[in-house]
Structure formats: structure tokens, C-alpha cells
Design a protein around this ligand. Structure first.
Ligand SMILES: [Ca+2]
Ligand SMILES: [Ca+2]
Length: 446
């Protein structure tokens, strides 16, 4: 009975997702109908899937390598208001079932497929991903972004190798659970964030910047203009000069719970020229970062010559990064590998929690800080998230799987349901979220 009910709920949830939001599947190895409707019928070409998508659509992309174009260095994956999830083997039913590190989805600018580190990158794409904001939420989650070489003369073609965010109206960009490696640019090798128009909000979380380079500023991250940039639990490993660069008097650049390491000394890894807040808190550095710059603020940091990070980005058992972060700024319950983010009471510094236990492979109410109150209730019932996501709909089922209540919602994180017309008893709710996940909980009508 219980299994069949859950199965029925799952089917109903899927049908509601299909009605209200579009999820498209991409797998370079798929041989089905190539229409993106399922893993079997996934698009084989990521650009085709992007072209077919509208703002707020979600793409689930299976492991493999995807290139912006066969030969044109000017072409990027142009992603405005889309939600991209990578790291699937292909076949999963939840983003929490992914193992991103075991099944890498690689967006590569190496058009000829001949790179060896930074060798043979002359024909590579200028920018692998380009977000030209449209005032929407853009999410990149579970992707390896590599091989960008912004070496194209003056202006845009030389800015932002891996990911480029430029101008437009105010936008919200999240980069979560990604690996940026072997990207290079004149400015902003890994990530180039620039605006003279809209005020952007950018969150970089559980992400590794590995071996990115720049000719001038920002081998990992370059920030200019009114951008509110928060970086949490990232690992900056073996990047070139000026790993962090901030220039502007507006917005902010705040880095938390993140580690930096070089195998050879790098004495200019934090640079900037502005009066905007530029903060490093609960971070780990290889040497005194304040010797780099007078414009940044440093609080609660650890200085140790070696962060003790393995080649797979995990921490070694004696790393000082273990249990040295701050829990208070976390916005996720998982680490880069999808495991539990906080082990042994305190979050670790960096993208991976040491010895983390395998996470539950479904979306949980706790992943989104869902609270349902008052429960039980006889009249109003509130569903509220402590998350950046919004609730897009609420559906209540009785114990027989029959829909008893449904309410669509727009963009808020809180929804009020009216239970007055329901009979007393137990109900199951199915709550759809703006990132296309579904969470559930039990509800009692008094
Ligand atoms: Ca190449
Ligand atoms: Ca810990």
C-alpha cells in the first residue's frame, strides 16, 4: 500500500512538473527521438537543447564532453535564465541522485580536442559559457567548464575564458558544484564578472577553480561594477597570478569557507583597486594574504603553507581546513560530491567535506529548509522555504493518492494553503520548487 501510494505520488509529481515547467534532457550518446523529453529521447547536442529552451527551463545534461561549436571561437554556450544541471550518468530522477565527480559533464572550449593543459589552445573558444543577463535566474550546477581561451584582441573576446557575465539588466547567477580548470584570458581566466548597467547578484558555491590563468588580473575571478558576489566553500588550486581581483566602488566581493593553495609561491594572488567591500572570512591561505593588498579585509582566516588537498580535491586527514569553516553562511546542505555538507558539527573549508557520508539521493525538505506550520491545522497552513528557491505550487493528496488541494504560486518562498474544505486526517503534500525539484511532507488537518 505504502509503496504503491508513493509511486502514484511520484507519477503525479512528474505530470505536474511537465505542466508547469519544462525540463529537457541532454545526452551526447542518446539515440532516441532527439527531442529532450526523457533520458532515452535526450537531445544529443547541447546547443540544440539551449536553442529550444525558454527562460526558466531546466536542462539535465548527462556525462560527456560538449563543445559550443565545431570551429567558431566566437560561439559560446549562451545561457540566459536557464538552469543547467550536469553530472548525471543518465537515467537519474533527481539532481540529488547525481555523482558529479564520477560522471563529469564537461563543457569544453577545446574545439579540436587536442589540449594538453594550456598547450594547443589557440583554436579554443573565447568563452565557454557567456551569460548576457536578461534579468533572470541563471544556474550552472554540476558542470566542468574548461578550455576557454579569451585571446581575441581587444574588448569582449579577451575577457572571461570559462564563464563570462556581462552587462544587461540586473540578473542573478549561481554557479554551484562546478569545476573550472585550464581556462585563460587577458582578464578573468575562470570567471569574468562585469557590469556597467544592471546590478547583478552572483553566488559561487562548492566550486573548484583549478589551474586557471590570466595575463593581467583575475586568474580565477575578476569582478568589475555593481555586482554583489558571494563565494562560499570553494577551492582555489594552482591558479595563476591575481587569483581574486576586485575593481569597482559598488557591490561587494565576499569570500567565505574557501581555501587557496599553490605548489609554487604566488605573491600577488589577491589584488584590487576600489573601495567596495572585499572580504575574506574563515578562509585558508598559503601565506599572509594581507601582504598582497591593502584594500581587502581578512577575518578568522588560517595561514598554512599547504592546504593538504588531494588530486581529486578531497582533504587529507591532517588538513587544517577540516572543521574550520563557518556554518552560518551556508546556503546548501550538500558538498560538491553531493554528500552531507556538515560532518562533525562544523563545515570544512573548501568544496568537499572530509570523509563525508553519502547523502540521501532524493530532495529532502531539509535541503530547502522547508517548514510547514501550524501542523496540524484546521484552517490556514503555511509552507515556507529557507532557501533561495521559490515554491511554484503546492498539492495535497489524501492517503489514497487523490488530489485534494492544489495551488499555483509565483515567485515567493512562502505559500498559504486553505484547509477549511478538507476533511480531518492525514495528507501528503508535494511542493514544487523553482529549481524543478519536488519535496514532500506530511500534513494533518485537525
Ligand atoms: Ca585545442
Ligand atoms: Ca566538518
Amino acid at each position: 500500500m505504502r509503496k504503491s501510494l508513493l509511486f502514484a505520488l511520484a507519477l503525479l509529481s512528474i505530470s505536474f512538473i511537465a505542466q508547469s515547467q519544462t525540463r529537457r534532457y541532454v545526452n551526447h550518446a542518446a539515440t532516441g527521438s532527439n527531442n529532450g523529453s526523457s533520458w532515452v529521447n535526450a537531445y544529443s547536442n547541447l546547443q540544440t537543447a539551449i536553442a529550444a529552451s525558454a527562460v526558466n527551463d531546466t536542462l539535465w545534461i548527462a556525462e560527456g564532453t560538449y563543445k559550443p561549436h565545431a570551429t567558431d571561437v566566437n560561439t559560446s554556450f549562451s545561457i540566459n535564465g536557464l538552469v543547467l544541471y550536469g553530472g548525471f550518468a543518465g537515467g537519474e530522477g533527481s539532481v540529488f541522485a547525481r555523482n558529479i565527480l564520477a560522471h563529469p559533464t564537461i563543457l569544453s572550449g577545446d574545439l579540436s580536442g587536442n589540449d594538453a593543459g594550456f598547450s594547443n589552445n589557440f583554436e579554443n573558444s573565447y568563452h565557454v559559457v557567456w551569460v548576457q543577463s536578461t534579468g533572470n535566474n541563471t544556474i550552472l550546477d554540476g558542470l566542468t567548464i574548461t578550455g576557454g581561451n579569451a585571446n581575441g584582441g581587444v574588448g569582449d573576446p579577451r575577457l572571461g575564458g570559462g564563464i563570462k557575465l556581462s552587462d544587461g539588466t540586473a540578473t542573478n547567477l549561481k554557479v554551484r558544484n562546478c569545476i573550472l580548470k585550464y581556462n585563460i584570458a587577458f582578464n578573468g581566466g575562470g570567471l569574468h564578472l562585469y557590469t556597467t548597467t544592471g546590478a547583478h547578484t552572483v553566488l559561487i558555491e562548492n566550486t573548484v577553480f583549478d589551474n586557471n590563468q590570466t595575463q593581467i588580473y583575475g586568474s580565477a575571478i575578476y569582478k568589475f561594477g555593481n555586482i554583489s558576489l558571494t563565494v562560499t566553500n570553494c577551492s582555489f588550486l594552482s591558479n595563476g597570478q591575481s587569483v581574486f581581483y576586485s575593481t569597482s566602488s559598488t557591490g561587494f566581493f565576499k569570500v567565505y569557507n574557501s581555501l587557496t593553495y599553490f605548489s609554487t609561491a604566488n605573491t600577488s594572488y589577491i589584488l584590487g583597486a576600489n573601495s567596495a567591500t572585499f572580504l575574506f572570512d574563515h578562509c585558508l591561505f598559503p601565506d599572509d594574504p594581507s601582504a598582497n593588498t591593502a584594500i581587502a579585509t581578512f577575518t578568522n582566516n588560517i595561514i598554512t603553507s599547504n592546504a593538504l588537498v588531494n588530486a581529486d580535491y578531497s582533504l587529507q586527514s591532517s588538513s587544517l581546513a577540516i572543521n574550520a569553516g563557518s556554518n552560518s553562511i551556508l546556503t546548501t546542505t550538500r558538498d560538491l560530491s553531493g554528500n552531507t555538507r556538515i560532518l562533525n558539527t562544523t563545515v570544512d573549508i573548501g568544496a568537499l567535506e572530509y570523509n563525508a557520508v553519502t547523502g540521501v539521493k532524493n530532495a529532502l525538505a531539509s535541503d530547502y529548509g522547508l517548514s510547514v506550520y501550524p501542523n496540524p491545522s484546521s484552517e490556514q497552513l503555511f509552507f515556507k522555504l529557507n532557501s533561495n528557491e521559490a515554491i511554484t505550487s503546492v498539492t495535497l493528496y489524501d492517503v489514497h493518492g487523490k488530489i485534494c488541494y492544489h495551488k499555483e504560486n509565483n515567485s515567493s518562498s512562502e505559500v498559504e494553503a486553505d484547509l477549511r474544505n478538507l476533511e480531518s486526517g492525514l495528507y501528503f503534500d508535494s511542493i514544487e520548487l523553482s529549481d524543478h525539484q519536488t519535496v514532500s511532507a506530511k500534513v494533518y488537518k485537525r
